[in-house]
Design a protein around this ligand. Structure first.
Ligand code: SF4
Ligand code: SF4
Length: 454
Protein backbone atom coordinates (compact mmCIF):
# COMPACT_ATOMS: atom_id res chain seq x y z
CA UNK A 1 0.00 0.00 0.00
CA UNK A 2 1.06 3.56 -0.49
CA UNK A 3 3.01 5.30 2.21
CA UNK A 4 0.31 7.25 4.01
CA UNK A 5 0.58 10.91 4.81
CA UNK A 6 -1.21 13.38 6.99
CA UNK A 7 -3.94 14.86 4.81
CA UNK A 8 -5.32 17.52 7.09
CA UNK A 9 -2.59 19.92 5.95
CA UNK A 10 -3.31 19.30 2.24
CA UNK A 11 -7.04 19.57 2.76
CA UNK A 12 -6.62 22.89 4.53
CA UNK A 13 -4.26 24.10 1.79
CA UNK A 14 -6.73 23.17 -0.93
CA UNK A 15 -9.62 24.65 1.00
CA UNK A 16 -7.73 27.93 1.29
CA UNK A 17 -7.14 27.90 -2.43
CA UNK A 18 -10.87 27.59 -2.99
CA UNK A 19 -11.53 30.14 -0.30
CA UNK A 20 -9.44 32.74 -2.10
CA UNK A 21 -10.94 31.83 -5.46
CA UNK A 22 -14.54 32.02 -4.42
CA UNK A 23 -14.25 34.95 -2.04
CA UNK A 24 -17.27 36.13 -0.10
CA UNK A 25 -19.53 33.17 -0.82
CA UNK A 26 -17.08 30.85 0.93
CA UNK A 27 -16.72 33.21 3.90
CA UNK A 28 -20.42 32.93 4.65
CA UNK A 29 -20.55 29.19 4.01
CA UNK A 30 -17.49 28.53 6.16
CA UNK A 31 -18.74 30.66 9.02
CA UNK A 32 -22.02 28.77 9.12
CA UNK A 33 -20.85 25.22 8.57
CA UNK A 34 -17.19 24.24 8.19
CA UNK A 35 -16.65 21.90 5.23
CA UNK A 36 -16.58 18.33 6.50
CA UNK A 37 -13.57 17.55 4.33
CA UNK A 38 -11.31 19.64 6.57
CA UNK A 39 -11.82 16.95 9.23
CA UNK A 40 -9.10 18.40 11.43
CA UNK A 41 -10.16 16.20 14.29
CA UNK A 42 -9.76 13.02 12.23
CA UNK A 43 -6.43 13.58 10.50
CA UNK A 44 -5.23 9.99 10.92
CA UNK A 45 -8.49 8.29 10.02
CA UNK A 46 -9.03 7.77 6.36
CA UNK A 47 -11.64 5.48 4.80
CA UNK A 48 -10.26 2.25 3.38
CA UNK A 49 -11.38 -0.02 0.54
CA UNK A 50 -12.71 -3.27 1.98
CA UNK A 51 -13.28 -5.39 -1.09
CA UNK A 52 -11.03 -6.50 -3.95
CA UNK A 53 -12.07 -8.61 -6.93
CA UNK A 54 -10.21 -10.47 -9.67
CA UNK A 55 -10.16 -8.31 -12.78
CA UNK A 56 -10.95 -10.97 -15.36
CA UNK A 57 -8.05 -12.69 -17.09
CA UNK A 58 -5.56 -10.07 -15.87
CA UNK A 59 -5.71 -11.76 -12.46
CA UNK A 60 -5.19 -8.37 -10.80
CA UNK A 61 -6.95 -7.93 -7.46
CA UNK A 62 -8.82 -4.71 -8.11
CA UNK A 63 -10.54 -2.46 -5.56
CA UNK A 64 -14.31 -2.48 -6.03
CA UNK A 65 -14.18 1.35 -6.10
CA UNK A 66 -11.76 2.87 -8.62
CA UNK A 67 -10.92 6.36 -9.77
CA UNK A 68 -11.74 8.00 -13.09
CA UNK A 69 -9.94 11.21 -13.95
CA UNK A 70 -12.24 13.28 -16.13
CA UNK A 71 -12.86 15.79 -13.34
CA UNK A 72 -9.84 15.62 -11.07
CA UNK A 73 -7.76 18.80 -10.85
CA UNK A 74 -5.32 17.98 -8.03
CA UNK A 75 -2.72 15.19 -7.92
CA UNK A 76 -3.24 15.07 -4.15
CA UNK A 77 -6.80 13.86 -4.68
CA UNK A 78 -5.51 10.91 -6.73
CA UNK A 79 -2.84 10.20 -4.14
CA UNK A 80 -5.46 10.27 -1.40
CA UNK A 81 -7.57 7.72 -3.31
CA UNK A 82 -4.48 5.47 -3.59
CA UNK A 83 -3.85 5.79 0.14
CA UNK A 84 -7.46 4.77 0.77
CA UNK A 85 -6.74 1.49 -1.04
CA UNK A 86 -8.08 2.42 -4.48
CA UNK A 87 -5.68 0.65 -6.84
CA UNK A 88 -7.16 1.16 -10.33
CA UNK A 89 -7.05 4.49 -12.14
CA UNK A 90 -8.66 5.19 -15.50
CA UNK A 91 -7.54 8.01 -17.74
CA UNK A 92 -7.21 8.98 -21.40
CA UNK A 93 -5.06 11.06 -23.67
CA UNK A 94 -8.09 13.30 -24.21
CA UNK A 95 -8.86 14.09 -20.55
CA UNK A 96 -7.79 17.71 -20.19
CA UNK A 97 -5.51 17.27 -23.24
CA UNK A 98 -3.21 14.99 -21.26
CA UNK A 99 -3.42 16.92 -17.98
CA UNK A 100 -5.14 14.03 -16.18
CA UNK A 101 -2.24 11.74 -17.11
CA UNK A 102 0.21 14.30 -15.74
CA UNK A 103 -1.67 14.41 -12.43
CA UNK A 104 -1.49 10.62 -12.17
CA UNK A 105 2.25 10.87 -12.86
CA UNK A 106 2.55 13.29 -9.92
CA UNK A 107 0.55 11.00 -7.63
CA UNK A 108 2.62 7.94 -8.64
CA UNK A 109 5.80 9.48 -7.22
CA UNK A 110 4.62 8.58 -3.74
CA UNK A 111 3.66 4.96 -4.20
CA UNK A 112 4.85 1.58 -5.41
CA UNK A 113 3.94 1.73 -9.12
CA UNK A 114 3.36 -2.04 -9.34
CA UNK A 115 0.44 -1.86 -6.91
CA UNK A 116 -1.59 0.43 -9.14
CA UNK A 117 -3.39 -0.69 -12.31
CA UNK A 118 -3.31 2.18 -14.82
CA UNK A 119 -5.43 2.24 -17.93
CA UNK A 120 -5.24 4.95 -20.54
CA UNK A 121 -7.19 5.37 -23.76
CA UNK A 122 -6.68 6.64 -27.28
CA UNK A 123 -9.47 7.64 -29.62
CA UNK A 124 -8.34 6.51 -33.06
CA UNK A 125 -9.39 7.30 -36.59
CA UNK A 126 -10.19 4.59 -39.10
CA UNK A 127 -7.04 5.05 -41.13
CA UNK A 128 -4.58 5.65 -38.29
CA UNK A 129 -1.38 3.60 -38.48
CA UNK A 130 0.19 1.48 -35.78
CA UNK A 131 3.18 3.83 -35.77
CA UNK A 132 1.02 6.89 -35.13
CA UNK A 133 -0.82 5.08 -32.30
CA UNK A 134 2.48 4.07 -30.73
CA UNK A 135 3.93 7.57 -30.90
CA UNK A 136 0.86 8.99 -29.19
CA UNK A 137 1.02 6.27 -26.55
CA UNK A 138 4.69 6.99 -25.76
CA UNK A 139 3.60 10.54 -24.95
CA UNK A 140 0.95 9.13 -22.60
CA UNK A 141 3.73 7.25 -20.78
CA UNK A 142 5.83 10.41 -20.57
CA UNK A 143 2.95 12.24 -18.93
CA UNK A 144 2.25 9.30 -16.62
CA UNK A 145 5.96 9.18 -15.74
CA UNK A 146 5.77 5.42 -16.01
CA UNK A 147 7.63 2.85 -18.10
CA UNK A 148 4.42 1.06 -18.89
CA UNK A 149 0.63 1.18 -18.69
CA UNK A 150 -1.28 -1.84 -17.48
CA UNK A 151 -3.75 -1.41 -20.30
CA UNK A 152 -4.29 0.63 -23.43
CA UNK A 153 -7.91 1.04 -24.46
CA UNK A 154 -9.47 1.84 -27.79
CA UNK A 155 -11.44 4.88 -26.63
CA UNK A 156 -15.09 4.88 -27.64
CA UNK A 157 -15.00 2.25 -30.37
CA UNK A 158 -17.77 3.41 -32.69
CA UNK A 159 -18.64 0.12 -34.38
CA UNK A 160 -17.95 -3.60 -34.52
CA UNK A 161 -15.82 -2.93 -37.58
CA UNK A 162 -13.55 -0.63 -35.53
CA UNK A 163 -12.84 -3.51 -33.14
CA UNK A 164 -10.78 -5.03 -35.94
CA UNK A 165 -8.66 -1.90 -36.49
CA UNK A 166 -5.43 -3.35 -37.87
CA UNK A 167 -3.22 -0.44 -36.75
CA UNK A 168 -4.51 -0.64 -33.19
CA UNK A 169 -3.95 -4.38 -32.82
CA UNK A 170 -0.50 -4.22 -34.42
CA UNK A 171 0.42 -1.37 -32.06
CA UNK A 172 -0.81 -3.38 -29.04
CA UNK A 173 1.20 -6.40 -30.16
CA UNK A 174 4.38 -4.36 -30.58
CA UNK A 175 3.88 -2.42 -27.33
CA UNK A 176 3.39 -5.67 -25.44
CA UNK A 177 6.63 -7.00 -26.95
CA UNK A 178 8.38 -3.81 -25.81
CA UNK A 179 7.00 -4.25 -22.27
CA UNK A 180 5.10 -0.96 -22.51
CA UNK A 181 1.58 -2.41 -22.28
CA UNK A 182 0.24 -5.52 -20.56
CA UNK A 183 -3.38 -5.66 -21.66
CA UNK A 184 -5.74 -4.40 -24.33
CA UNK A 185 -9.12 -2.80 -23.60
CA UNK A 186 -12.08 -1.09 -25.23
CA UNK A 187 -14.66 1.45 -24.08
CA UNK A 188 -17.96 2.43 -25.62
CA UNK A 189 -20.77 4.92 -25.03
CA UNK A 190 -22.95 3.71 -27.81
CA UNK A 191 -23.35 4.89 -31.35
CA UNK A 192 -23.00 8.32 -32.82
CA UNK A 193 -26.14 8.14 -34.93
CA UNK A 194 -27.76 4.92 -36.02
CA UNK A 195 -24.83 2.54 -35.68
CA UNK A 196 -24.64 -0.54 -33.49
CA UNK A 197 -25.59 -0.22 -29.83
CA UNK A 198 -23.16 -0.37 -26.93
CA UNK A 199 -24.33 -3.90 -26.11
CA UNK A 200 -23.78 -5.09 -29.69
CA UNK A 201 -20.28 -3.59 -29.87
CA UNK A 202 -19.06 -4.66 -26.43
CA UNK A 203 -20.53 -8.18 -26.60
CA UNK A 204 -18.70 -8.57 -29.93
CA UNK A 205 -15.52 -7.29 -28.27
CA UNK A 206 -15.81 -9.82 -25.45
CA UNK A 207 -16.25 -12.63 -27.95
CA UNK A 208 -13.41 -11.35 -30.14
CA UNK A 209 -10.82 -12.57 -27.63
CA UNK A 210 -8.25 -9.79 -28.11
CA UNK A 211 -9.79 -7.42 -25.56
CA UNK A 212 -8.89 -8.25 -21.96
CA UNK A 213 -10.82 -5.37 -20.40
CA UNK A 214 -13.77 -3.12 -21.06
CA UNK A 215 -15.36 0.03 -19.71
CA UNK A 216 -19.16 -0.23 -19.68
CA UNK A 217 -21.99 2.21 -18.96
CA UNK A 218 -23.62 0.36 -16.08
CA UNK A 219 -26.31 1.66 -13.76
CA UNK A 220 -29.66 0.66 -12.36
CA UNK A 221 -31.54 2.54 -15.10
CA UNK A 222 -29.88 0.77 -18.04
CA UNK A 223 -29.58 -2.63 -16.39
CA UNK A 224 -31.23 -4.62 -19.17
CA UNK A 225 -28.78 -3.68 -21.92
CA UNK A 226 -25.68 -3.53 -19.79
CA UNK A 227 -26.17 -6.87 -18.10
CA UNK A 228 -25.84 -8.57 -21.49
CA UNK A 229 -22.32 -7.13 -21.63
CA UNK A 230 -21.48 -8.08 -18.05
CA UNK A 231 -22.62 -11.65 -18.82
CA UNK A 232 -20.39 -11.71 -21.92
CA UNK A 233 -17.45 -10.47 -19.83
CA UNK A 234 -18.03 -13.26 -17.36
CA UNK A 235 -18.29 -15.88 -20.10
CA UNK A 236 -15.01 -14.80 -21.75
CA UNK A 237 -13.22 -13.81 -18.53
CA UNK A 238 -12.90 -10.15 -19.51
CA UNK A 239 -12.27 -7.51 -16.82
CA UNK A 240 -15.39 -5.33 -16.38
CA UNK A 241 -15.29 -1.72 -15.19
CA UNK A 242 -18.49 0.30 -14.70
CA UNK A 243 -18.75 3.95 -15.68
CA UNK A 244 -21.65 6.44 -15.56
CA UNK A 245 -22.92 4.67 -12.49
CA UNK A 246 -25.29 7.42 -11.26
CA UNK A 247 -28.10 8.26 -13.69
CA UNK A 248 -30.64 9.84 -11.36
CA UNK A 249 -31.47 13.48 -10.71
CA UNK A 250 -33.27 14.53 -7.56
CA UNK A 251 -31.99 17.58 -5.84
CA UNK A 252 -31.90 21.30 -6.55
CA UNK A 253 -29.73 24.00 -5.09
CA UNK A 254 -31.20 27.21 -3.79
CA UNK A 255 -30.22 30.29 -5.75
CA UNK A 256 -29.01 33.50 -4.14
CA UNK A 257 -27.10 35.75 -6.56
CA UNK A 258 -25.29 37.36 -3.61
CA UNK A 259 -24.18 34.08 -2.11
CA UNK A 260 -23.32 31.60 -4.83
CA UNK A 261 -22.18 28.07 -4.09
CA UNK A 262 -18.75 27.01 -5.35
CA UNK A 263 -20.25 25.12 -8.29
CA UNK A 264 -22.52 28.00 -9.20
CA UNK A 265 -19.61 30.44 -9.10
CA UNK A 266 -17.55 28.13 -11.35
CA UNK A 267 -20.45 28.04 -13.78
CA UNK A 268 -20.75 31.84 -13.82
CA UNK A 269 -16.97 32.28 -14.23
CA UNK A 270 -16.91 29.83 -17.10
CA UNK A 271 -19.61 31.44 -19.16
CA UNK A 272 -18.37 34.95 -18.40
CA UNK A 273 -14.93 33.90 -19.62
CA UNK A 274 -16.55 33.32 -23.01
CA UNK A 275 -17.73 36.94 -23.19
CA UNK A 276 -21.18 36.71 -21.58
CA UNK A 277 -22.12 39.66 -19.34
CA UNK A 278 -22.57 38.93 -15.63
CA UNK A 279 -26.30 39.78 -15.62
CA UNK A 280 -26.88 37.40 -18.51
CA UNK A 281 -24.80 34.69 -16.84
CA UNK A 282 -26.83 35.02 -13.62
CA UNK A 283 -30.06 34.89 -15.59
CA UNK A 284 -28.95 31.67 -17.28
CA UNK A 285 -28.08 30.12 -13.95
CA UNK A 286 -31.41 31.18 -12.49
CA UNK A 287 -33.33 29.69 -15.43
CA UNK A 288 -31.41 26.46 -15.13
CA UNK A 289 -32.14 26.16 -11.43
CA UNK A 290 -35.80 27.06 -11.97
CA UNK A 291 -36.20 24.23 -14.43
CA UNK A 292 -34.53 21.86 -11.96
CA UNK A 293 -36.89 23.14 -9.28
CA UNK A 294 -39.92 22.33 -11.45
CA UNK A 295 -38.76 18.78 -11.97
CA UNK A 296 -38.02 18.49 -8.26
CA UNK A 297 -41.57 19.58 -7.40
CA UNK A 298 -42.94 16.80 -9.62
CA UNK A 299 -40.86 14.22 -7.81
CA UNK A 300 -41.48 15.57 -4.30
CA UNK A 301 -44.04 12.88 -3.26
CA UNK A 302 -41.56 10.19 -4.24
CA UNK A 303 -38.68 11.88 -2.44
CA UNK A 304 -40.71 12.34 0.72
CA UNK A 305 -41.89 8.74 0.67
CA UNK A 306 -38.31 7.42 0.71
CA UNK A 307 -36.66 10.27 2.58
CA UNK A 308 -33.87 10.59 0.01
CA UNK A 309 -33.23 14.28 -0.37
CA UNK A 310 -29.83 14.82 -1.90
CA UNK A 311 -27.94 13.84 -5.00
CA UNK A 312 -25.17 12.47 -2.77
CA UNK A 313 -27.57 10.02 -1.14
CA UNK A 314 -28.91 8.94 -4.51
CA UNK A 315 -25.38 8.55 -5.87
CA UNK A 316 -24.34 6.40 -2.91
CA UNK A 317 -27.24 4.03 -3.47
CA UNK A 318 -26.54 3.93 -7.21
CA UNK A 319 -22.92 2.95 -6.60
CA UNK A 320 -23.95 0.32 -4.07
CA UNK A 321 -26.25 -1.12 -6.71
CA UNK A 322 -23.28 -1.42 -9.11
CA UNK A 323 -20.88 -3.07 -6.67
CA UNK A 324 -23.60 -5.41 -5.41
CA UNK A 325 -23.06 -7.35 -8.64
CA UNK A 326 -19.96 -9.52 -8.08
CA UNK A 327 -19.50 -9.88 -11.85
CA UNK A 328 -18.89 -6.15 -12.17
CA UNK A 329 -15.31 -5.90 -10.98
CA UNK A 330 -15.00 -2.22 -10.16
CA UNK A 331 -17.08 0.98 -10.21
CA UNK A 332 -15.05 3.79 -11.74
CA UNK A 333 -15.98 7.06 -10.03
CA UNK A 334 -14.91 10.51 -11.25
CA UNK A 335 -13.59 11.78 -7.95
CA UNK A 336 -12.89 15.46 -7.80
CA UNK A 337 -12.36 16.13 -4.10
CA UNK A 338 -11.27 14.63 -0.78
CA UNK A 339 -14.84 15.06 0.37
CA UNK A 340 -16.16 12.82 -2.39
CA UNK A 341 -13.59 10.13 -1.60
CA UNK A 342 -14.50 10.31 2.10
CA UNK A 343 -18.12 9.74 1.16
CA UNK A 344 -17.76 7.02 -1.46
CA UNK A 345 -14.85 4.80 -0.40
CA UNK A 346 -16.75 3.64 2.73
CA UNK A 347 -19.30 2.07 0.34
CA UNK A 348 -16.67 -0.51 -0.62
CA UNK A 349 -17.74 -4.03 0.31
CA UNK A 350 -21.30 -2.95 1.16
CA UNK A 351 -24.53 -4.16 -0.40
CA UNK A 352 -27.85 -2.48 -1.01
CA UNK A 353 -30.45 -3.04 1.68
CA UNK A 354 -33.81 -4.45 0.63
CA UNK A 355 -35.40 -1.04 1.26
CA UNK A 356 -32.85 0.65 -0.99
CA UNK A 357 -33.42 -1.94 -3.71
CA UNK A 358 -37.10 -1.09 -3.57
CA UNK A 359 -36.28 2.60 -3.68
CA UNK A 360 -34.19 2.21 -6.86
CA UNK A 361 -36.81 -0.02 -8.48
CA UNK A 362 -39.46 2.59 -7.85
CA UNK A 363 -37.15 5.39 -8.93
CA UNK A 364 -36.64 3.56 -12.19
CA UNK A 365 -40.38 3.20 -12.65
CA UNK A 366 -41.22 6.82 -11.79
CA UNK A 367 -38.40 8.36 -13.82
CA UNK A 368 -38.35 5.78 -16.60
CA UNK A 369 -39.27 8.26 -19.32
CA UNK A 370 -36.85 10.94 -18.13
CA UNK A 371 -33.63 9.04 -18.70
CA UNK A 372 -32.26 8.44 -22.17
CA UNK A 373 -30.17 5.29 -21.89
CA UNK A 374 -26.48 5.72 -22.63
CA UNK A 375 -25.44 3.45 -25.44
CA UNK A 376 -28.96 3.09 -26.86
CA UNK A 377 -29.61 3.49 -30.58
CA UNK A 378 -33.24 2.48 -30.89
CA UNK A 379 -34.61 5.81 -32.08
CA UNK A 380 -31.60 7.00 -34.07
CA UNK A 381 -32.65 5.75 -37.49
CA UNK A 382 -35.98 7.60 -37.16
CA UNK A 383 -34.40 11.04 -37.27
CA UNK A 384 -34.40 12.59 -40.76
CA UNK A 385 -31.61 14.98 -39.72
CA UNK A 386 -29.25 12.43 -38.24
CA UNK A 387 -29.39 14.00 -34.76
CA UNK A 388 -27.41 11.69 -32.44
CA UNK A 389 -29.98 11.52 -29.63
CA UNK A 390 -28.18 9.46 -26.98
CA UNK A 391 -24.90 11.27 -27.66
CA UNK A 392 -26.49 14.67 -26.94
CA UNK A 393 -28.23 13.28 -23.86
CA UNK A 394 -24.82 12.02 -22.70
CA UNK A 395 -23.37 15.51 -23.06
CA UNK A 396 -26.28 16.81 -20.96
CA UNK A 397 -25.37 14.13 -18.38
CA UNK A 398 -21.78 15.45 -18.26
CA UNK A 399 -23.19 18.90 -17.72
CA UNK A 400 -25.89 18.23 -15.16
CA UNK A 401 -24.79 15.18 -13.24
CA UNK A 402 -21.02 15.40 -13.51
CA UNK A 403 -20.86 19.22 -13.36
CA UNK A 404 -18.47 19.05 -16.28
CA UNK A 405 -19.95 21.96 -18.22
CA UNK A 406 -16.85 22.84 -20.17
CA UNK A 407 -16.41 19.34 -21.60
CA UNK A 408 -20.14 19.03 -22.35
CA UNK A 409 -20.38 22.36 -24.17
CA UNK A 410 -17.22 21.79 -26.13
CA UNK A 411 -18.36 18.36 -27.31
CA UNK A 412 -21.79 19.70 -28.22
CA UNK A 413 -20.22 22.52 -30.20
CA UNK A 414 -18.36 19.99 -32.33
CA UNK A 415 -21.59 18.33 -33.43
CA UNK A 416 -22.14 21.41 -35.64
CA UNK A 417 -25.07 20.77 -38.02
CA UNK A 418 -26.14 17.62 -36.18
CA UNK A 419 -27.21 19.53 -33.10
CA UNK A 420 -30.69 19.69 -31.60
CA UNK A 421 -31.78 22.84 -33.44
CA UNK A 422 -33.63 20.46 -35.78
CA UNK A 423 -35.87 19.33 -32.91
CA UNK A 424 -37.64 22.68 -32.55
CA UNK A 425 -40.92 22.17 -34.38
CA UNK A 426 -40.16 18.61 -35.47
CA UNK A 427 -42.97 16.04 -35.30
CA UNK A 428 -40.56 13.77 -33.46
CA UNK A 429 -40.83 10.32 -34.98
CA UNK A 430 -38.01 9.40 -32.60
CA UNK A 431 -40.30 9.60 -29.57
CA UNK A 432 -42.65 6.89 -30.78
CA UNK A 433 -39.60 4.69 -31.42
CA UNK A 434 -38.38 4.99 -27.85
CA UNK A 435 -39.37 1.94 -25.77
CA UNK A 436 -39.03 3.98 -22.58
CA UNK A 437 -41.29 6.84 -23.66
CA UNK A 438 -38.60 9.51 -23.42
CA UNK A 439 -39.90 12.86 -24.63
CA UNK A 440 -37.00 13.37 -27.01
CA UNK A 441 -37.74 16.85 -28.44
CA UNK A 442 -38.41 18.34 -25.00
CA UNK A 443 -35.25 16.85 -23.53
CA UNK A 444 -33.11 17.77 -26.51
CA UNK A 445 -34.46 21.33 -26.48
CA UNK A 446 -33.45 21.61 -22.80
CA UNK A 447 -30.06 20.10 -23.62
CA UNK A 448 -29.57 22.56 -26.47
CA UNK A 449 -30.23 25.59 -24.30
CA UNK A 450 -27.99 24.18 -21.59
CA UNK A 451 -25.11 23.38 -23.92
CA UNK A 452 -25.03 26.60 -25.90
CA UNK A 453 -24.53 30.23 -24.96
CA UNK A 454 -27.30 31.61 -27.14
S1 SF4 B 1 -37.21 15.51 -32.47
FE1 SF4 B 1 -36.99 15.34 -34.72
S2 SF4 B 1 -35.01 16.31 -35.15
FE2 SF4 B 1 -35.05 15.87 -32.96
S3 SF4 B 1 -34.07 13.85 -32.79
FE3 SF4 B 1 -36.29 13.52 -32.93
S4 SF4 B 1 -36.65 13.16 -35.13
FE4 SF4 B 1 -34.65 14.11 -34.95
S1 SF4 C 1 -34.60 8.43 -26.52
FE1 SF4 C 1 -35.11 6.31 -26.04
S2 SF4 C 1 -34.73 5.14 -27.91
FE2 SF4 C 1 -33.71 7.14 -28.15
S3 SF4 C 1 -31.61 6.77 -27.49
FE3 SF4 C 1 -32.76 7.52 -25.70
S4 SF4 C 1 -33.49 5.69 -24.64
FE4 SF4 C 1 -32.87 5.07 -26.71
Amino acid sequence: MAQQKNYSEEKIKLSRRNFVKFGGAMVVASALRPPTWLRQDQSDEIPMVKNYRILGRTGFQVSDISIGTTRVREAEVIRYAFDCGVNYVDTAEGYGNGRAEELIGEALKHIDRKKIFITTKLGISEDETNDSIKQRFYKCLDRLKSDYADALYMHGSRSIKMLNHAGFHTAIKELKAEGKVKYCGVSNHGPRGDGESMAQILCAAAEDGRFDLMLIVYNFMNKDESEKIVAACKKYNVGATAMKTSPGMLMVESFDPDNLSQQQQEYIDRIMSRGTAKERALERLKNRLQSQQESYEKSRPFVEKYGVKTMDELQNKSIQWVISNPDMHTACISFRSFDMIDRIVPLSGTKLSTADQQFLEEFKYVFNNQYCRHGCNQCANQCPYGVPVSTIMRYAYYYQLQNNEKLAMSKYYHLKQQNAVHCFGCEAPCTTACPYGVNVPAQLATAHSMLTLV
